[in-house]
Design a protein. Structure first.
Length: 207
């Protein structure tokens, strides 16, 4: 099991049989969402460097670094294992599509504000971005030139964490109601808004 550690900028590789850390892999910056191709390669967004790092699972080493021009602060990542593509969602309303054999950027799709997670439906060739800033879910057609947005589904503000169920085609998002933002302090210069008690909800999007 590979655990990606944002604050320390590295990866902890654990042996699940013994529950011990067997390796620590250094990264060039803050990791976000990873994906595995099922053939020994792992890819991860590096949020503060605007790039993707490719790792070899067997050697536990980074083998490539690919810049993401036009992408700021990549977070969520989805994968198309048939066409060997990665979909990284970025600030500034962009999803960057990358060929993971070469690291070549194939295009930029328009998405919503403040995305966090990404998903991919291999059955229909659709990529998804959950955008907490404007409370939308962007549906992108990965099979057409330019990767156009097919639909923008209204969700709720703050609904930026997402899970896709490939067996049903459903998408699950979570959010809550938020109170005022606390005052900044020396130890917490960028505080987050507090969550209103008992306001957590799950949003289900049907195909």
């Amino acid at each position: 099991m590979w655990a990606f550690n944002g604050r320390s900028g590295n990866i902890s590789v654990l042996d699940t049989a013994s529950n011990t850390v067997v390796a620590t892999v250094a990264l060039p910056g803050k990791p976000e969402f990873p994906q595995a191709d099922g053939k020994g390669s792992i890819f991860v967004n590096i949020e503060d460097k605007n790039e993707i790092v490719k790792l070899d699972a067997a050697s536990r080493k980074a083998t490539a670094r690919w810049p993401l021009p036009g992408c700021e602060s990549p977070s969520g990542m989805a994968i198309d294992r048939d066409k060997h593509r990665l979909f990284s969602v970025c600030d500034g309303g962009k999803m960057v599509v990358v060929d993971y054999d070469s690291g070549r950027v194939l295009g930029l799709a328009a998405i919503g504000d403040s995305p966090d997670a990404a998903g991919f439906d291999p059955k229909h060739g659709l990529a998804f971005s959950s955008n907490g800033g404007d409370g939308t879910l962007t549906v992108v057609d990965s099979g057409k030139p330019g990767f156009p947005a097919l639909q923008t589904v209204k969700t709720e503000k703050g609904a930026r964490t997402m899970a896709f169920d490939a067996s049903t085609g459903r998408i699950y998002l979570v959010t809550a109601q938020f109170g005022p933002t606390p005052a900044a302090t020396e130890t917490m210069p960028h505080p987050r808004r507090s969550v209103v008690p008992d306001s957590f909800e799950i949003i289900v999007v049907e195909p």
